[in-house]
Design a binder for this molecule. Structure first.
Ligand SMILES: C=C(O[C@H]1C=CC=C(C(=O)O)[C@@H]1O)C(=O)O
Ligand SMILES: [Mg+2]
Length: 463
């Protein structure tokens, strides 16, 4: 399949030489009969290990699979980390040669990546592969939007380099139909370690005391478990399981070096499409029932539970205030509804607004992150308590992960229900909103339920 006309690449290289600067060349075409995005992702495993990403949104409108890092944007500077990637990206795009006949968000050149939860927390070894802000411009990307497939190829043309000839071979390899991706088998060999369980329950107790003393109103405390397998855990297999079992979640994988951050989160931080912006408040939880009757009863209980309604209300109030600052026509329903996932149900409130199209997505992300569904209320105080009491580097867990394209559209999820894969080890994370009325053991049980989907997907439990 001829993907790019050689003459177009030659022109871009010529431009780079003549103007003596790097020029991004990007070409997008619609591809028929192409492989599915998971196979495309898997096909990159030999040549592009550590340089892949995968994304599916919660409404199942868009899938992205990126292979190979044409340019990486990494920043550790705390104050500017939200803006640097997007502003450097804008500079690159302004001078780029882009050939994209479709006007579909998520096609053409885009950056995929994320911002760590808290750049001020002490960094642990397991997160060494990720920066405080890290984004990839992929070499090859398959986009699935409204049932159509598009292939984008991005080439950074340097003034001193010759045109590339290997592009076509690479593309043929990636689009070839390999073995079908299988879900993970349950691994009886798994050993699962709960890290500092007692200390964590004590930390919840300490935080409840602070909340009752009126020092602050809400703190989200998280913990992690470590699952060790005999064999290397394969990201495509985990993705396959998550796609099947969590169809209404954002499903993502983000590789760097030997690590793969992966998960299926039900929570959107922000979506921007032209002047339309959308966020969702998700906080307050209860388990699923085994039969419909029990499930409905539990749902009703959640909708009327004061502790959970309070947990949820902090999030709505905060997101509402950020939207009020940036948007007109903000719409928020009167009360929450239920969002039911395979293992858990949540209180859910969508927030929509209209924004000046020129507002950068990174400005919204910076204002929203972390919402009280992941941090607490008030934000800065809660972050200090988290650093002090959690004693854990969250890395990308609970952090913004997603993409923005060259037209300023994009979407970021909050990376909960997630874990970090490193060869045969998986670090899985879960947290819960602690308020004055919390009970430490119930919060612990809530994190156990939240860990289930990832534990099942990596092969650590049977059901
Ligand atoms: C922090 C997590 O969940 C948040 C999102 C939904 C419900 C939550 C809760 O009820 O506590 C949390 O705020 C997590 O899954 O790790
Ligand atoms: Mg909760």
């Amino acid at each position: 399949m001829a993907i790019i006309q050689q003459s177009k690449i030659n022109n871009a290289f010529m431009k780079a030489k003549q103007e003596n600067r790097q020029v991004l060349f990007s070409s997008t075409i619609e591809v028929q009969n192409a492989v599915d995005p998971l196979t495309f992702f898997k096909n990159g495993k030999e040549k592009y290990r550590g340089e892949r990403f995968f994304w599916k949104d919660s409404s199942n409108e868009l899938i992205l699979a990126g292979i190979g890092v044409e340019k990486s944007f990494q920043y550790n500077e705390v104050d500017h980390r939200f803006f640097e990637a997007e502003s450097e990206w804008k500079r690159l795009i302004d001078d780029a040669v882009i050939d994209n006949p479709s006007d579909i968000p998520g096609t053409g050149p885009l950056l995929f990546g994320g911002y760590s939860f808290d750049p001020l927390s002490e960094k642990e070894e397991e997160w060494a592969d990720y920066a405080a802000s890290q984004f990839y411009l992929p070499r090859h990307m398959l986009t699935i939007s409204q049932g159509k497939k598009y292939l984008t190829v991005n080439i950074l043309c340097m003034p001193n380099n010759e045109e590339e000839s290997a592009i076509q071979t690479d593309i043929n390899d990636l689009l070839s139909m390999g073995e079908k991706v299988q879900g993970m088998k349950s691994g009886e060999e798994a050993s699962i370690e709960e890290i500092n369980k007692e200390a964590w329950i004590q930390a919840v107790e300490d935080v409840i005391e602070k909340l009752r003393a009126g020092e602050l109103q809400k703190v989200v405390l998280a913990r992690k478990i470590k699952a060790v397998f005999k064999e290397t855990i394969k990201p495509p297999n985990v993705l396959e399981a998550l796609l099947n079992e969590q169809p209404d979640s954002f499903t993502f994988a983000f590789e760097s070096g030997e690590s793969c951050f992966i998960g299926a989160s039900p929570e959107r931080l922000i979506r921007k499409n032209g002047s339309k912006v959308l966020s969702t408040c998700l906080a307050g939880s209860i388990r699923r029932g085994t039969a419909d009757e029990e499930d409905n009863r539990l749902g009703l209980e959640l909708l009327n539970d004061q502790k959970n309604l309070q947990e949820h209300a902090f999030v709505v109030r905060m997101i509402e205030s950020v939207f009020a600052k940036y948007c007109k026509d903000v719409e928020i329903p009167e009360g929450p509804t239920l969002l039911k996932l395979r293992d858990i149900q949540h209180l859910y409130t969508p927030v929509v607004g209209t924004i000046d199209e020129e507002t950068p997505l990174s400005a919204l992300i910076q204002s929203l992150h972390p919402t009280p569904a992941l941090g607490g209320e008030p934000r800065e105080k809660a972050m200090e308590v988290i650093r002090q009491k959690e004693k854990m580097d969250r890395g990308l867990y609970a952090a913004p992960i997603g993409w923005f394209d060259y037209r300023g559209n994009g979407e970021f999820a909050v990376a909960i229900r997630s874990g970090l894969l490193k060869n045969n080890e998986a670090f899985l994370y879960a947290g819960c909103g602690v308020v004055a009325d919390s009970d430490p053991l119930s919060e612990y049980t809530e994190t156990r339920i939240k860990l289930k989907p990832m534990l099942r997907a990596v092969g650590g439990i049977e059901s």
